[in-house]
Design a protein. Structure first.
Length: 548
């Protein structure tokens, strides 16, 4: 073995053992001696990914692709690097190219499962996740990605099972313990969730999302609690990633809020939101233009024409509105009825929208046969989620479907929409005080959030003018003050007979993977009404956005 080959072997060994600093030193030596060595350049690309320099990794792997266009490994690494940058469509393309070259790569199938999940291509996610497990049954990452796919599909039991399997394969991995804790949290198993969160932190004290999740489970009564000092000391670590800092700020915001230290709480909420806003850069003007286009395209005439040949099924029932407006509570009340199944937040119609080139301008090309096939596919999807039980109604509780009422109605002209409403200041503040990883990009700037809310109201007024009989408004404040009266209205609107179980919704055991999952496991309460008043002095930008 030559001296150069020995250096390469040493560098690879250091990388595999986690000694990244030594790896970098050796790689630099090799590159100086052999600038074109592909093994070392590949190693440098992986090292860049390992240390969060994802664009640098893309550049390195891109140069390797130019040299080795038929390398499955290079395409795989490009897919992973683009996924790390959340460039999901590009990541999917490279992973598919990698699998076209080498079809039996468990890692590529598993990565494609993850990427497809992010793009809400859930059928693809499941197919690739299962293939990854078939090829590598003891790969913990494959079980984690498949767990996420099952959870997104609404099969929380299988999702939990694969999270448990992943944790059994790598019991010393803090991130895997965190994933398991979140799965337990979704099932309402707070004791087990807390146990695995503590274990995750013990294994990896820098796992900042574990602290955020733990803060959700803990009711703080004094700012003298040692957790405050611990998390604030962690914030002084200059090596923290932006995501880590965001998680800590949102955790501390919630903790100070518990203690009614609202100024300190808002300071941390602002800091966390500023980080997220700088990353996501949501364009309110683009969204406003999109709303205008929807209003222009979905005219009364077009809606009537397309609805004539839609699927007459009344089984799908949609809960819509702004997040944090009572949608989870409404779903829990309805799904406590024996004839109603709550499927959770489904991304099916979002995914359909993404797959329609030029949407919404292409609605006249949306043929009868295409819509018939899609409506049948959605009903099959709902049937799979509900275990093929003969439910009269199956709920899709995706609040953002308020954007897609026109699209949904072309497939299901008899579909009904339950529109959850809440005081806009309370709803927007609640969004602002929570971190939604990978979602709700409009919620991280107060004025932008208020402006988005105004556009949402503008679009809802349009839909109500088109199909007034198929939309019911459910005011959150009235629902919690008169639960039975409004529950009866909900049941009547949904087209099923009244059942007393709907009044005991908090006894219904089902997985809930949303920010309201913990609250709806207890009877209705009015604590959150008017919470915005605690922060009134800080909400001027929000009020400006809302136009009040």
């Amino acid at each position: 073995m030559t001296s150069l080959e020995k250096l390469i072997e040493q560098a690879l060994h250091c990388f595999r053992s986690g000694d990244l600093e030594r790896t970098h030193t050796l790689a630099d030596k090799i590159i100086r001696r052999a600038p074109g060595d592909p093994t070392t350049r590949n190693l440098l690309g992986n090292l860049a990914m390992k240390t969060g320099r994802h664009q640098e990794a893309v550049d390195i792997f891109q140069s390797l692709e130019n040299q080795f266009p038929d390398s499955a490994m290079v395409h795989y690494n490009l897919g992973i690097a683009h996924a790390n940058l959340q460039q999901w469509a590009t990541a999917e393309r490279y992973l598919r190219e990698s699998l076209a070259i080498g079809p039996d790569q468990a890692g590529a199938h598993s990565a494609l499962c993850h990427v497809a999940c992010q793009r809400s291509l859930l059928d693809e996610a499941l197919i690739n996740g299962l293939k990854a497990i078939e090829l590598a049954p003891d790969a913990w990452q494959a079980h984690t990605n498949l767990a996420n796919a099952y959870t997104a599909l609404g099969d929380h039991k299988k999702g939990l099972a694969h999270n448990i399997r992943a944790a059994s394969l790598v019991p010393e991995n803090g991130t895997v313990q965190l994933n398991l804790a979140i799965a337990y949290l979704g099932n309402g198993e707070k004791k087990r969730a807390r146990k695995h969160l503590h274990l995750a932190i013990k294994l990896d004290p820098t796992l900042c999302d574990a602290y955020r999740q733990l803060s959700r489970l803990t009711r703080y009564e004094t700012v003298k609690h040692p957790d405050f000092t611990q998390l604030e000391n962690m914030l002084t670590n200059k090596k923290l990633s932006a995501e880590d800092r965001s998680n800590l700020h949102f955790a501390l915001g919630k903790m100070y809020q518990d203690c009614e230290a609202y100024a300190q709480a808002f300071q941390h909420f602002m800091a966390g939101n500023s980080i997220e806003h700088s990353i996501h850069q949501f364009s309110l003007s683009a969204f406003s233009g999109y709303v205008s286009k929807l209003i222009e395209v979905f005219t009364p005439e077009r809606m009537t024409h397309l609805s004539l040949t839609g699927n007459p099924s009344r089984q799908p029932l949609f809960i819509i509105g702004m997040p944090r407006s009572g949608a989870t509570l409404v779903e829990q009340i309805l799904s406590s009825h024996p004839d109603v199944f709550g499927a959770g937040e489904l991304a099916w119609f979002w995914s359909l929208q993404q797959s329609l080139p030029g949407y919404p301008n292409n609605m006249d090309d949306f043929s009868k046969n295409t819509r018939k096939g899609l409506s049948g596919k959605f009903l099959d999807f709902l049937g799979a989620l509900s275990g093929q039980a003969p439910y009269s109604r199956i709920i899709d509780k995706c609040p953002g479907n308020f954007e897609r009422i026109g699209l949904i109605s072309t497939l299901f002209p008899n579909a009904r929409f339950i529109h959850c409403q809440r005081n806009p200041l309370d709803a927007c503040l609640s969004i602002f005080t929570l971190r939604f990883p990978g979602k709700i990009h409009y919620g991280y700037d107060l004025e932008t959030l208020g402006g988005y809310y105004q556009q949402y109201l503008r679009l809802m007024e349009h839909w109500k003018s088109l199909i007034p009989d198929r939309i019911i408004d459910i005011p959150y404040e009235q629902l919690v003050r008169d639960q039975e009266g409004w529950s009866r209205k909900l049941i009547d609107f949904s087209g099923v007979k009244w059942n007393e179980d709907c009044l005991r919704f908090y006894e219904t055991r089902r997985a809930i993977n949303t920010a309201s999952g913990l609250q709806v496991r207890r009877p209705v309460y009015t604590d959150s009404i008017g919470r915005w008043k605690h922060y009134d002095e800080f909400l001027t930008p929000l009020k400006k956005g809302l136009g009040c």
